[in-house]
Design a protein around this ligand. Structure first.
Ligand code: C2E
Ligand code: MG
Ligand code: MG
Ligand code: MG
Length: 283
């Protein structure tokens, strides 16, 4: 197996490594370089309130254009980072950039939008994680209630006690929390009760079959979340019929290619100018 030999050292290669392992080892070295040289970027995907049609927030998604390999998906490089300490510096870079951008959007605007940032379990387990987030917020000037941190239940369940403690500290600081990819892990009622989250994001696997199939499970998730006072975000909404069904079923917020693809900073700035002022219900 590859092992990292130090902060700036290249990852060792062994003849026994598979092609896949070699690629991961190379990606790890190059991702480290990309973080250090500011070669990553963020795109933002809007979230809309189903009832008012207003853009209420955006999710920050990391992008990496490799000088040789071209665009590499976060589906590939985030797990590489999670397998090493790199996720901490990647996460820190993403948080800083997202807070800085959100502070700009909200600076002289009547309407306000929150920015949602994906957080890995390894970050949440850092000592003083909530102190660190507060420091980044202070540095950017962004109000804590305009930052949402997205966590996944499978990651939270790996260390329930530590996770819930960190979540409580973040909530106490006024930071919003959401449960990402809901339904793909070992979801259960009792877990939902112990996670102090504002939003629950229904994974797009459950949205995809709508409105023809899969309605009972989505209806159940929405009513369960609401009974805990948690708002529901539907991820991966691609069709108007899905949006109509979800709105009718009481889903609160939508995010998907139908209402907006992930886009650069400037496009969100334009959207805030045009769409936020006079919106109508989406469906
Ligand atoms: P996620 O947090 O569940 O983000 C939603 C993903 O679904 C994004 O993929 C987004 O582009 C995609 N998506 C949104 N709407 C639609 C739709 O209508 N149809 C389809 N087919 N897909 C849609 P992306 O940007 O490739 O990110 C994939 C995953 O990588 C994210 O899933 C998240 O788990 C992870 N990720 C991305 N950026 C970061 C980051 O900064 N930090 C961490 N820890 N993870 C990140
Ligand atoms: Mg997410
Ligand atoms: Mg998700
Ligand atoms: Mg995900």
């Amino acid at each position: 197996a590859a092992k990292s030999t130090g902060k700036n050292a290249a990852v060792e290669f062994h003849p026994s490594m598979t092609v896949e392992a070699r690629r991961r080892a190379r990606l790890e070295t190059e991702l480290r370089k990309a973080i250090e040289t500011d070669a990553l970027s963020l795109v933002y995907q809007p979230q809309f309130d189903c009832r008012t049609g207003r853009m209420i927030g955006v999710e920050a998604l990391a992008r990496w254009v490799h000088p040789v390999d071209g665009e590499i998906s976060p589906v590939e490089f985030v797990p590489v980072a999670e397998d090493s300490e790199l996720i901490v510096s990647l996460g820190q870079w993403v948080l800083r950039r997202a807070c800085r951008d959100a502070a700009r959007w909200n600076a002289d605007s009547e309407v306000q939008i929150y920015v949602a940032v994906n957080v890995s379990a390894r970050q949440l387990r850092q000592v003083q994680y909530s102190e660190n987030v507060k420091a980044v917020l202070a540095e950017s000037g962004l109000s804590p209630h305009l930052l949402e941190l997205e966590l996944t239940e499978s990651q939270l369940m790996a260390n329930m006690t530590a996770g819930v403690e960190a979540m409580q500290q973040l909530r106490a600081a006024g930071i919003r929390l959401s449960l990402d990819d809901f339904g793909t892990g070992y979801s259960s009622l009792s877990y939902l009760q112990s996670f102090p989250v504002n939003n629950l994001k229904i994974d797009r696997a459950f949205v995809k079959p709508l409105p023809q199939a899969g309605q009972p499970i989505v209806t159940a998730i929405i009513s369960m979340a609401h009974s805990f006072g948690i708002a529901v975000v539907a991820e991966g909404v691609e069709e108007a019929a899905q949006l109509a069904w979800l709105t009718d079923a009481g889903c609160d917020i939508v995010q998907g290619y139908l209402t907006g693809r992930p886009m650069p900073f400037e496009r969100i700035t334009e959207l805030m100018r045009t769409e936020c002022e006079d919106s109508e219900p989406l469906a």
